[in-house]
Design a protein. Structure first.
Length: 275
């Protein structure tokens, strides 16, 4: 028997409080020319990070999908190298995500404080990723982006992938200004890339105008070769279907030249995740 919903950044999630098997994902993406995919950790209970990664590997071994895995590790754990080594030994593991986003709004908050990435013990854990050829998926809000840029500058051998285009949640003029400034600071670090995913999270819808604005500005700041498409399914299944999401995304990048479009839709992800 499941308990009550815990408040989440994406709102009420009753319809997706269930398994999302690979067969359903493949059915959702049918007709959208999805040729490969990357699984990103979903915060299994504490102590179960390796179990999640091992399960993902078993699905890959059986179905051939997905094609890579971004696992979870608590980098503040002084013994985290034991877990990282085990994760890296799984053939599909390409990176680590530990969600660092913090916000004044409790519903948007995940990390215990906004500056976890500045902690010396946590950074010692992050320093291990390059040793095991793993990238780090960075999830922060605009107010944390200056610290994120400093983090990337301090670890030039580590590849960073910024989640959800930096999660622009404040759509006021001032909010956009802060987001642009933070994105520009991150873009100054050549080891930072951007995943154009989750763009409907804060409006809880698939809005072409918003998606187009975020994508075009991000590509202008980072360049297409450092940007990649992401669906954030099944979360976005709460407010849209995959074909609508993909079609809206394609329309948003229609003004880019074919080489840029290919980079965003295929080449950047293939390079970063080695798939």
């Amino acid at each position: 028997m499941s308990g009550p919903e815990v408040p989440r950044i994406f709102g009420s999630y009753g319809p997706i409080r269930r398994d999302y098997p690979i067969d359903e994902f493949l059915a959702d993406t049918a007709g959208c020319n999805v040729v490969k995919s990357v699984y990103v950790q979903t915060n299994w209970p504490p102590g179960k990070s390796y179990d999640e990664a091992r399960w993902v590997q078993s699905v890959i071994d059986q179905h051939g999908w997905p094609h890579a895995n971004v696992a979870h590790a608590d980098l503040a754990d002084p013994e985290c190298e034991v877990l990282i080594e085990r994760l890296a030994a799984l053939p599909a593991t390409r990176g680590i995500r530990q969600q660092l986003h913090w916000h004044q709004n409790l519903q948007y908050r995940f990390a215990s404080r906004p500056d976890v990435m500045n902690d010396g013990v946590w950074r010692r854990g992050l320093s291990l990723l390059s040793k095991y050829n793993l990238l780090f998926e960075l999830q922060v809000f605009a107010d944390q982006m200056q610290d994120g840029a400093a983090l990337a500058r301090a670890f030039p051998e580590t590849i960073f992938v910024l989640e959800h285009a930096g999660m622009p949640e404040d759509l006021s003029e001032d909010g956009w200004k802060k987001w642009r400034a933070g994105m520009s600071a991150l873009a100054e670090q050549p080891n930072v890339n951007v995943k154009l995913s989750g763009l409907g999270t804060f409006v809880r819808g698939c809005r072409a105008d918003l998606m187009t604005s975020i994508i075009r500005e991000t590509v202008a700041i980072f360049g297409a070769d450092r940007c990649l498409y992401g669906s954030n399914f099944p979360i976005e299944k709460l407010w849209t279907d995959y074909a609508t999401l993909y079609g809206t995304f394609r329309e948003a990048i229609d003004g880019l030249d074919p080489r840029q479009q290919r980079a965003i839709l295929h080449d950047t992800a293939a390079r970063l995740y080695r798939i």
